[in-house]
Design a protein around this ligand. Structure first.
Ligand code: 8YV
Length: 325
């Protein structure tokens, strides 16, 4: 008998056909109130789940007694209670690697947009306010040759370092839980304590996962260590920073500008003070959001789920102890 999979993220026709070769599939079209009700109704028959951008807590997953595997269409796994899933012997998989380059591109898009005031000046043109050669009041700041500070040296951090070193001639500083000799060798990257990186870098980029250890890592004390010309970039998770402290730092000109793709609450509320600040570039969690990469992520998730439901070891296990037990 075919295993039952509940999808809460739409797949392309090709990937839907691939999944249906092996599984019965229920698609939850949206995650609005009706969609969440449909999801709750479908969980009791689910052997597998596939989707992203939804917190799947114990209370919800207790409704799925037959659940064997969850395939997340994301590299971040902060939406899942990994200990709970492991206790239940539910396999969790994610989609690393396929999104690394695209997300690092997003990081540099924010670096350049924030440094050169691209959004602000493009809007000035669009609004018919470009009526003379721009002067110092509209100048941005250079990126090439400035010091790039990366907090979190995983796959995406490494791809950022590559872009900074080879693409923009930037000295690279990094802070992470462990030293990365290969990164130091390839990009002449220098390890720094968090405090020293915050003091020394011209561009500070967060590429950390959201965990109990990283939540609120960058707050008022950390922003106070940065310099007035520092530009702060977040492509990790909104909750790694204290958003109110960031707003204060921007308002008080403790830092020059921010490029943000993630926020404490998403979608970002239209009333957020961040959107009142010209020196903030805010994008809608688009880190991996290209046609090519999102299809590759979904394909990776489908293959992970099909393997797990067939009793084969998936390529991207988040909780490998479930497989050994
Ligand atoms: C999106 C991400 O959340 O991969 C992650 O962890 O944050 C982004 O890629 C995800 O792709 C949504 O499908």
């Amino acid at each position: 008998m075919k295993k039952h999979v509940v999808l809460y993220k739409k797949l392309s026709p090709a990937l839907m056909a691939r999944l249906q070769e092996q599984c019965e599939v229920t698609l939850i079209e949206s995650l609005d109130a009706d969609g969440l009700m449909q999801l709750r109704d479908a969980l009791p028959r689910a052997h597998g789940l596939l989707g992203a951008s939804l917190k799947l807590d114990a209370a919800l997953l207790d409704l799925a007694p037959q659940l064997q595997a969850i395939a997340s269409v994301s590299v971040g796994v902060d939406n899942y209670d990994i200990d709970y899933l492991t206790r239940r012997k539910v396999v969790l998989t994610n989609t690393p690697d396929v999104l690394t380059e695209t997300t690092a591109d997003t990081g540099f898009a924010l670096i350049l947009a924030a440094a050169r005031r691209v959004v602000e000046l493009a809007n000035m043109v669009r609004n018919g306010q470009w009526n003379r050669n721009i002067g110092p009041a509209h100048f941005g700041t250079d990126v090439h040759g400035k010091t790039l500070g990366i907090i979190g040296m995983g796959r995406i951090g490494e791809a950022l370092a590559q872009r900074g070193h080879f693409g923009f001639g930037m000295p690279v500083l990094y802070h992470s839980q462990s030293r990365k000799p290969a990164v130091e060798e390839r990009f002449d990257a220098q390890y720094r304590s968090l405090e020293d990186l915050l003091k020394q870098a011209d561009f500070i980029c967060l590429t950390l996962p959201l965990t109990a250890q990283t939540e609120g890592l960058i707050g008022a004390e950390q922003f106070a260590l940065m310099r007035p010309e520092t530009i702060f970039i977040n492509i990790s998770r909104g909750k790694v920073i204290d958003e109110a402290a960031l707003i204060d730092a921007l308002r008080n000109k403790q830092i020059r500008a921010a490029g943000l793709d993630v926020f404490e609450r998403e979608p970002l509320d239209q009333a957020s003070p961040l959107l009142q600040l010209d020196n903030v570039v805010a994008t809608p969690h688009m880190g991996s959001a290209t046609h090519e990469t999102r299809e590759a992520m979904a394909r990776c998730a489908v293959e992970n789920l099909m393997a797990a439901l067939k009793g084969e070891k998936p390529a991207n296990l988040v909780n490998p102890s479930v497989w050994r037990s």
